[in-house]
Structures are given as structure tokens and as C-alpha cells.
Design a protein around this ligand. Structure first.
Ligand SMILES: Nc1ncnc2c1ncn2[C@@H]1O[C@H](COP(=O)(O)OP(=O)(O)O)[C@@H](O)[C@H]1O
Ligand SMILES: [Mg+2]
Length: 351
């Protein structure tokens, strides 16, 4: 731009320009609003004409969100480049809380300490993300349901057959009862594994500590491991290992992988969970010293109902892979026959 153009720009009425932009712009001093454009009035009070001047932004936020905003502002004020963005909810007088992203720009002036906040309503984007998650879930369920019907019908046919035989027997045949019980247990196992898909979850992703989840998981398997005299071990440095996620789902991942590891490992050996951080990634190894996975079946892992176990469901890895994908993570498997198997998971590290 030439110097002539510059002087024209400097004569523009910037307040007027701010009024008309579509994002909500607020200028605050401490927490007090000293300027809000039309979009901000609309967002905070549903009224473009309203005057928010002099009000505290604390009126429009949950206390924990305000604390987060303060923290980000104080971190930001010492950097003289770039803005930071926080994700919080805005509570207007009317209507439900709205998710917004707030960009923070200190307007560098030590004395007045003005901060410009630019708020973007992200409810539409959040709704789209939710419906994408939902439809992915539905498509997995759709794919699965044919398989489930098949897997449940086989034991049902057998149960029915043996019940008919029992009907015609003068005395109860223990053998038949045992077979029926076995089939009922198989249906029960399938139902248990699928609980995660049907259980409505709040889809609330918050910071999770992987060490806590690993400890809780190994605790669940203590008895099962003791039966085979297996050692269950966690290796972790003292650093925190945090990722964003849903605790129930993440625990399901650990449970499925540790369960497989224990099942594959002969007596008196060891199963290890190793936690580490590499760059921006958190890494989890689930290592066993078991029979390993033959090369020709590696490609089938994660396909629903693929199992090599007599009473397996073949759902564990499929569910595990789906959950990891939903957490933007990756999973890889290394296996040596008769030496053991290692599943390596990586997740983006939480800030
Ligand atoms: N740690 C492991 N060691 C050896 N084989 C494994 C391991 N984990 C999974 N597998 C193989 O993958 C198959 C599928 O596992 P999964 O989906 O959990 O179903 P299930 O455990 O019910 O068989 C298992 O039957 C087994 O053959
Ligand atoms: Mg399994």
C-alpha cells in the first residue's frame, strides 16, 4: 500500500468497522466490558441494540471458564506476538450455553490494559462433529448387526435343540444343561462386549491420565493373572501422561488389550504396560510374552467376530480400533511367534 492509501486508512472510523464485522468483538478492561459490537450484543444478550458497557464478562461465563480465560490472558500478555484461543461456553440471559472460541488479543498499553476478545460461536460445528460421531457409530452398528444376529442365532439354535431333548427326558440330563449353560454364556459375552456401543455416552472428552487408567485396569486383572502366576507390571517415568478422551472408552481399550495379553501368555511369565512421551505424542505399549500371532492372521485382527479362541467373541480388537480412531490415535502390532506380542498405541498429548 502506498503512503497515500495509508493515510486514507488512518482516517477510517475503526469503531464503525468493528460494529459491522460478523464475529463478536468485545474490548475489556480487567473484566469490565467497555466495547461490544453488534454481534457481541446478539451473542451475549440476544439483542443487537443492548448495551453491555460496564457489565462484567463474569456474568456470561461459568466460574471455571472465567478462570481459564484469565489464565490464558495472563500467559498471553507477556508474549508480544500472536493471539491465543480458548474454548469455553457463553451463558446468555436467554437460551442454553453456547460453545464459543475466544481469540485473545492484548491491545498493548500497560496503563489501560485493554484486551480485545473475538468470540466465534461454534455450536454448529460442534453439532456437526457430534452427528458425525453418531453416524460413524451407527454404521459400525449396522455392519455389526448382521454378524451379531448370526453369532447369537447359533447358540440359540443349539439351546432350543437341547431344551427339546430335555422336554422328552424323564430325568434331567446334566450334560445337556451344561451345554445350554455354555451357549448362554457365549451370548452373554457378546452382549457384554457390545455394551460400549449401545450405552449412551456423553461424548465428553476431558483430560485423562493414562497412568491412572493403566493402574485401574491391571487391578481388575489381578485375580485372573494370579491364577496363572503372571506378573503384571507398569513401567513409566515420573512424568504425567495426559491425553484428551472419554475415560470409559479408554479403559475399554486397556481392558481389551490386557485381557488378550493375559490370555495369550503361558504361566509364570509377564505382561507389561509401558507409558512414554515422544514429542507431542503419548505412547502406550502393551507387551506380552505369549504365543504370538501367526503372520497369516495379522491382517484379520480387528475384523468383527475374528477369533482363534474357543470361547472368544472376536469383538475386542474391533471395538479397540474404533475407540482409538475416535481419539485420533493409532495402533500397531508387532508379534513374534512363541516370543510375544506388543501392541503400540499413540495418542496426541493433551496440553
Ligand atoms: N496379545 C495377543 N497375542 C496373541 N494373539 C492375539 C493377541 N491379541 C489378539 N490376538 C488374536 O486376535 C484375535 C482377536 O482378538 P479379539 O478381537 O480380542 O477377540 P477374542 O479375544 O474374543 O478372540 C484373538 O482370537 C487372537 O487370535
Ligand atoms: Mg479379546
Amino acid at each position: 500500500m502506498n503512503s497515500n492509501g495509508k493515510s486514507v486508512v488512518s482516517q477510517l472510523d475503526f469503531e464503525q468497522i468493528l460494529e459491522n464485522i460478523l464475529d463478536a468483538v468485545i474490548i475489556i478492561q480487567k473484566d469490565k466490558i467497555i466495547f461490544a459490537n453488534r454481534a457481541a450484543n446478539k451473542l451475549l444478550s440476544n439483542d443487537v441494540q443492548a448495551s453491555l458497557d460496564g457489565l462484567s464478562i463474569a456474568l456470561f461465563m461459568r466460574p471455571e471458564d472465567l478462570t481459564l480465560l484469565h489464565k490464558t490472558i495472563s500467559q498471553n500478555i507477556f508474549k508480544d506476538s500472536d493471539h491465543s484461543i480458548v474454548s469455553v461456553s457463553i451463558i446468555s440471559e436467554t437460551g442454553n450455553p453456547k460453545p464459543v472460541e475466544i481469540a485473545i488479543n492484548p491491545l498493548y498499553d500497560q496503563e489501560t490494559a485493554l484486551i480485545q476478545l473475538t468470540l466465534r460461536d461454534v455450536s454448529n460445528r460442534k453439532a456437526a462433529e457430534r452427528s458425525m460421531m453418531q453416524s460413524e457409530k451407527l454404521s459400525v452398528i449396522g455392519e455389526l448387526s448382521a454378524g451379531i444376529l448370526h453369532e447369537v442365532r447359533n447358540p440359540l439354535t443349539s439351546i432350543k435343540g437341547f431344551l427339546q431333548l430335555l422336554q422328552n427326558e424323564p430325568v434331567i440330563n446334566k450334560e445337556y444343561i451344561n451345554i445350554i449353560m455354555g451357549e448362554v454364556e457365549q451370548i452373554e459375552r457378546i452382549a457384554n462386549e457390545l455394551l460400549y456401543f449401545t450405552k449412551p455416552n456423553a461424548e465428553r472428552f476431558i483430560t485423562q491420565d493414562l497412568l491412572t487408567i493403566a493402574k485401574e485396569t491391571l487391578f481388575l486383572f489381578e485375580t485372573q493373572a494370579a491364577k496363572k502366576n503372571l506378573k503384571l507390571e507398569i513401567q513409566a517415568d515420573g512424568c504425567p501422561h495426559r491425553i484428551n478422551g472419554d475415560k470409559t472408552q479408554l479403559k475399554q481399550v486397556f481392558v481389551n488389550l490386557v485381557k488378550n495379553a493375559i490370555e495369550a501368555t503361558p504361566e509364570n511369565r509377564i505382561v507389561t504396560v509401558v507409558l512414554s512421551t515422544t514429542g507431542q505424542q503419548e505412547q502406550v505399549l502393551i507387551k506380552d510374552t505369549g504365543h504370538g500371532i501367526p503372520k497369516n492372521i495379522l491382517g484379520k485382527l480387528g475384523k468383527s467376530f475374528f477369533t482363534t479362541k474357543e470361547s472368544g467373541t472376536g469383538l475386542g480388537l474391533m471395538i479397540t480400533y474404533t475407540i482409538i480412531r475416535n481419539h485420533n490415535g493409532k495402533i500397531k502390532v508387532d508379534s513374534m511367534e512363541n516370543e510375544g506380542t506388543t501392541f503400540t498405541l499413540t495418542f496426541p498429548r493433551a496440553e
